[in-house]
Write a protein that binds this ligand. Structure first.
Ligand SMILES: C[C@H](O)[C@H](O)[C@H]1CNc2nc(N)[nH]c(=O)c2N1
Ligand SMILES: N[C@@H](Cc1ccccc1)C(=O)O
Ligand SMILES: [Fe+2]
Length: 290
């Protein structure tokens, strides 16, 4: 998951290329860092069958992510490129928005080249290699989702021309990071921010606290989100094909303009036009707000 503040200075840190990439230097990861990956992988992969979308589970399999240790991108990218032409590139952390979008538009997924400490086990502010590679990369092995991510990158670069970054970031947040999908007669998870979190993988499907609302493009692009706690809303797509078709075949420019003239939708609100799957109690968020 990415945080709200991204680098405002445009120059890459020392040792990084102009596109902010660095060598993964896989040999430099310590036994403890590999052990942290294995601990996180074991916990998530034990609880995701039946919860994560089939596309996600297929990606884990195709990319052989069950192999112990932090994946070596030389091996991972050979499989990923075979599947959809994507590759993972190492970056030191959050990169500027335009740099991020350009990578996606060129089928390069930027992954943080560090792993969380035991103290950060259940939450950290910046995306580490576990969130990025375990959370995001399996979906990039799915051809439809892989095409969505390229289109998103291109759309991101376009959104900067309309000063509509915030609207586009909401689309990313409610799909790529925290998306749910109808599957097998129920709901499954495809969002990376959920699958990389044990607690939210339970909360997103089982809790009666959050709203679960059928995906609607214009509505999602107006809806604020949390960056520091479980989501109060989850949006549900019918299929990855639906997500790709709707976003690629809609010209966002008129949407950007229309939404800019309207106030953001408060996080927990449900609108009359919403396709409501769960009208949440928001008890979790209310309890946390004290
Ligand atoms: C969409 C928006 O630009 C978003 O915050 C980007 C910014 N920079 C990033 N940088 C990295 N490395 N990873 C990310 O997920 C993001 N997200
Ligand atoms: N259709 C969007 C581009 C886009 C495609 C797919 C995902 C997100 C954005 C536009 O007109 O800008
Ligand atoms: Fe993320």
């Amino acid at each position: 998951m990415e945080s709200d503040f991204t680098h405002v200075h445009e120059t890459p840190p020392p040792g990084a290329a102009p596109d902010w990439t660095i060598a993964q230097d896989w040999g430099a990861f310590t036994a403890d860092e590999h052990a942290m990956w294995d601990r996180l992988f074991a916990r998530q992969s034990a609880m995701l069958p039946g919860r994560a979308s089939e596309a996600f589970l297929r990606g884990i399999d195709v990319l052989k992510l069950e192999k112990p240790g932090i994946p070596d991108y030389r091996e991972l990218n050979a499989r990923l490129t075979d599947a959809t032409g994507w590759q993972v590139v190492a970056v030191p952390g959050l990169v500027p928005d335009d740099v991020f979008f350009d990578h996606l538009a060129n089928r390069r997924f930027p992954a943080g080249n560090f792993i969380r400490t035991p103290q950060q086990l259940d939450y950290l502010k910046e995306p580490d290699v576990f969130h990025d590679v375990f959370g995001h990369v399996p979906m990039l092995a799915d051809p439809v989702f892989a095409d969505y991510m390229v289109a998103y990158g291109e759309g991101g670069l376009r959104s900067l021309k309309y000063d509509a970054l915030k609207q586009l970031a909401r689309l990313y947040w409610y799909t790529v990071e925290f998306g749910l999908i109808r599957e097998g007669g129920g709901l499954r998870i495809y969002g990376a921010g959920i699958v990389s979190s044990y607690a939210e993988s339970v909360f997103a499907l089982d809790s009666d606290s959050p709203n679960r609302i059928g995906f609607d493009l214009a509505r999602v692009m107006r809806t604020d989100y949390r960056i520091d706690d479980f989501q109060q809303n989850y949006f549900v797509i019918d299929s990855l094909e639906q997500l790709l078709d709707v976003t690629v075949n809609t010209d966002f420019a008129p949407l950007y303009a229309a939404n800019a003239a309207l106030p953001p939708i408060p996080i927990a609100d449900i609108l009359p036009g919403d396709a409501v799957i769960t009208r949440g109690t928001q008890e979790y968020a209310l309890a946390k707000s004290g």
